[in-house]
Design a protein around this ligand. Structure first.
Ligand SMILES: CC(C)(COP(=O)(O)OP(=O)(O)OC[C@H]1O[C@@H](n2cnc3c(N)ncnc32)[C@H](O)[C@@H]1OP(=O)(O)O)[C@@H](O)C(=O)NCCC(=O)NCCS
Length: 204
């Protein structure tokens, strides 16, 4: 655990953080801002971008905690291909059953349902050089206080200790703030084919 004067701390995610992981994902799902109006089921973004990481990669899932409450997370996997296979077997079938019959009514329902029905596979060139990937989201009140950088450092340390060659992350094209943040903390812009991607290599 990393304590700090503010009283916030970074700690491994635990089962009781799951509701917070859904909530934080929803409240940052509109290109980094509140996506509550975009999804008719508030769990849709978390099914895709947060909760499966805590469940299947607990050694790489950390939260920013205010007391017992998680107000941010950084999550990832050292092996994107293996993670995708695990989700195909043990996650997506249950989630597809939960959303079966859902009729898209809000702006991003259809996109989320499509991602659940047909999860995106990463390009071979990306996985060859940057086999790990990660996500970070912090609720607004705790943004811009250095926690994002500290949480990224926590995730990178875990990935490096695992011996991965490099890590990538995808960014919504409209999320200029996140793009500036990743550049500032040392990620390289490796965008290609219309996908905004940042990467960091750990060894050559
Ligand atoms: C993006 C996010 C993770 C950044 O975390 P944060 O806690 O706000 O950022 P920090 O305060 O840790 O910033 C760390 C450093 O990056 C710099 N920085 C932050 N945003 C920047 C930007 N847009 N351009 C340039 N530098 C930036 C800070 O000035 C700080 O610099 P310093 O260490 O030299 O003082 C956080 O704002 C967030 O969760 N946003 C909403 C969700 C989101 O967009 N997630 C990313 C999805 S891809």
């Amino acid at each position: 655990m990393i304590p700090a004067p503010s009283g916030l701390s970074i700690r491994p995610a635990v089962d009781t953080d799951i509701d917070a992981l859904f909530e934080i994902c929803l409240r940052t799902a509109a290109d980094g801002t509140d996506g509550s109006a975009l999804f008719s089921d508030p769990r849709l973004p978390g099914y895709i971008w947060s909760v499966p990481y805590a469940r299947f990669e607990p050694d790489f899932a950390f939260v920013l905690a205010d007391g017992a409450r998680a107000i941010g997370y950084v999550i990832g996997t050292p092996d994107t291909e293996a993670f995708d296979r695990r989700l195909a077997a043990d996650w997506w079938p249950d989630i597809r059953a939960k959303v079966a019959g859902m009729v898209p009514t809000r702006p991003r329902d259809a996109m989320a349902l499509s991602r659940i029905a047909s999860p995106e596979a990463s390009e071979p060139w990306l996985l060859a050089e940057y086999p790990a990937h990660m996500h970070i989201n912090i609720l607004p009140d705790a943004q811009s206080s250095g926690w994002g950088k500290r949480m990224i450092e926590t995730e990178l340390a875990a990935l490096k200790a695992h011996g991965v060659a490099g890590v990538h992350l995808g960014v919504s094209p409209a999320n200029d703030r996140a793009k500036g943040f990743y550049r500032h903390i040392g990620f390289e812009d490796i965008s290609r084919d219309g996908h905004v991607l940042f990467g960091m290599k750990f060894r050559t």
